[in-house]
Ligand binder design. Structure first.
Ligand SMILES: NC(=O)c1ccc[n+]([C@@H]2O[C@H](COP(=O)([O-])OP(=O)(O)OC[C@H]3O[C@@H](n4cnc5c(N)ncnc54)[C@H](O)[C@@H]3O)[C@@H](O)[C@H]2O)c1
Ligand SMILES: N/C(=C\C=C\C=O)C(=O)O
Length: 497
């Protein structure tokens, strides 16, 4: 069995193969594409392109595993194996860290504190859910007095198609694979073409801990007319879970309609942060710095619209400017680095187009707006952290998801006004509220059209809670018991006594 070499950033010719039925295999079409490091634009290696036949082989392997040892496995054994997956990710922490950094260019400090630990946590939390969550039962009185017993049974949905994005590759892929496997399903994963490494590496972990072959499969390639679409259109896929852009979600939903397959979508956002004058100012600044600039602004839950109550507007803008100008852009390995590059040349061009649009619309460019000089890293896809004020509420800068290290700040004068502003978006993913008034915190949160609202915090994650967006930000909720609704079929058994 060929094994995927441990993916190290310094390995120049890493060949990323598909992982099908427990084996790393080349694509049947013999085609590959380059894997480029966003830090410096250098080639990391090549990625195999899946053909329809490769995707068909992966779906067949997943189906066979459902009918084999995995489908017959007692829950307790499945739970033990998922904990073993988490422990093996922890044991190979440095390999996952090197792979994630190579693929994304993100600071090592960020990947080490968020991306990789969550890879392990996402298996443990759902192993615990399936071990401990009861199902319902009802006793029915019947006319003959004997009664009837009703009880619910949860069964795996089957073969789950998992399509994941490039911003938090391991975290977001395992956020889907964890519950899918915990509920007894099998998966075929199509990671982003930008960031295949940690998804590939997880195949080694699955083999090492003894997850039966065919339970976890990985196919690589792009989306349209490629691996992504071949997977969503495959009739052997029972349900599709997807994280990515809203417009991609629309395309996948069309594919899922054929065969009436269920979907779970985590899509785009244009999230507001609302800062009241009575907030803990330093905490609001620290939290907004993270929600705007973390992961180079490439977080779906991130803030791109900041609304600040007028009495503290000038002070807030000046302080955020000073902090943004102190952000250190640099090499992933430098412990001082707190801002990495954008994921690709294409994405940098998209973000830069918004920078140029803002300037053309007459925005006040509080800081940034350009491409920084990065010396030996000039080959990477860098942009300056950027803050604007002064744009109209209907500007594309204020209404469209940019997905970069930037935000627009606007003053407001009343709670009613800021709720209207915050909710004036086709998205409904996340929001942050900064205030010292507890009643106001609860009142404003309840009126925000978002799936996830943080008060005096951001990206504080309890994995048992419901996670997902409303409106154009998604379909369904995952997290804790909520994931069971998507990853299992619920039956009711009624026994006449
Ligand atoms: N709501 C969330 O939790 C969440 C989390 C992370 C990212 N996102 C969103 O994802 C976007 C950034 O990620 P991205 O650029 O990778 O998104 P994307 O939609 O371009 O791609 C996501 C994945 O979908 C695949 N894909 C693309 N077109 C497809 C098609 N027609 N059929 C099947 N698969 C297809 C891609 O290959 C990739 O694997 C942003 O909009 C961000 O808001 C949302
Ligand atoms: N789904 C999650 C994060 C999403 C981040 C978006 O970029 C999570 O923390 O579980």
């Amino acid at each position: 069995m060929s094994t995927q070499t441990a993916l190290k950033a310094e390995t120049a010719a890493v060949e990323i193969k598909h992982f099908i039925n427990g084996e790393f295999v080349a694509g049947s079409g013999g085609e590959t594409f380059d894997n480029i490091c966003p830090l410096n634009g250098e080639k990391l290696g090549v990625i195999h392109k899946a053909t329809k036949d490769d995707v068909d082989a992966a779906v067949s392997a997943a189906r066979a595993a459902l009918k084999g040892e995995w489908g017959r496995m007692p829950t307790a054994e499945r739970v033990r194996l998922l904990y073993a997956v988490a422990d093996e990710i922890d044991r190979r922490f440095d390999d996952f860290l090197a792979a994630e950094i190579a693929d994304t260019g993100k600071p090592k400090s960020l990947a080490a504190h968020i991306d990789i630990p969550r890879g392990a946590a996402n298996f443990k939390v759902f192993a615990d859910v399936v071990k401990n969550v009861p199902t319902e039962s009802f006793f029915l009185e019947t006319p003959d007095g004997a009664g009837a017993m009703n009880y619910a049974v949860r069964k795996p949905k089957g073969v789950i198609g998992v399509i994941s994005p490039w911003n938090l590759p391991l975290l977001l892929m395992t956020w889907k694979v964890g519950p899918a496997l915990a509920c007894g399903n099998t998966v075929v994963v199509k990671p982003s073409e930008e960031t295949p490494m940690t998804t590939a590496l997880l195949g080694e972990v699955m083999n090492a801990v003894g997850i039966p072959k065919g339970v976890y499969n990985v196919v690589h390639g792009h989306g349209p007319d490629a691996a992504g679409e071949f997977l969503t259109q495959h009739p052997g896929v029972d349900a599709i879970t997807f994280t990515g852009e809203t417009r991609t979600g629309e395309a996948i939903m069309k594919a899922a309609a054929r065969g009436v397959r269920d979907v779970s979508f985590e899509l785009g956002g244009k999230n507001p942060a609302i800062v009241f004058a009575d907030c803990d100012f330093d905490a609001a600044i620290e939290g907004t710095m993270r929600s705007v600039f973390a992961n180079c602004g490439q977080v779906c839950l991130g803030t791109e619209r900041v609304y600040v109550e007028r009495p503290i507007f000038d002070k807030f803008v000046a302080t955020l400017k000073e902090k943004a100008e102190n952000l250190k852009l640099g090499h992933s390995d430098d412990p001082e680095t707190n801002l990495g590059p954008l994921i690709s040349e294409e994405h940098r061009a998209k973000v830069k187009s918004y920078y140029d649009k803002a300037a053309a619309e007459g925005a006040t460019v509080v800081t940034g707006g350009g491409i920084p000089e990065m010396g030996d890293l000039n080959g990477g896809w860098w942009v300056e952290p950027t803050i604007w004020t002064g744009l109209p509420d209907d500007s594309a800068i204020v209404t469209e998801e940019i997905f970069g290290p930037c935000c627009h700040i606007r003053p407001f004068d009343s709670e009613d006004e800021v709720l209207k502003l915050a909710n004036d978006t086709p998205y409904g993913l996340a929001a942050a509220v900064w205030t010292g008034d507890v009643s106001r915190a609860h009142r404003v949160s309840r009126h925000l059209e978002a799936g996830i609202i943080w008060v005096n915090s951001w990206f504080l994650r309890d994995l048992r809670t419901a996670f997902g967006g409303s409106k154009m930000s998604g379909i369904g909720r995952e997290g804790g018991v909520h994931s069971l609704e998507f990853y299992t079929e619920l039956s009711n058994v009624c026994v006449k006594l």
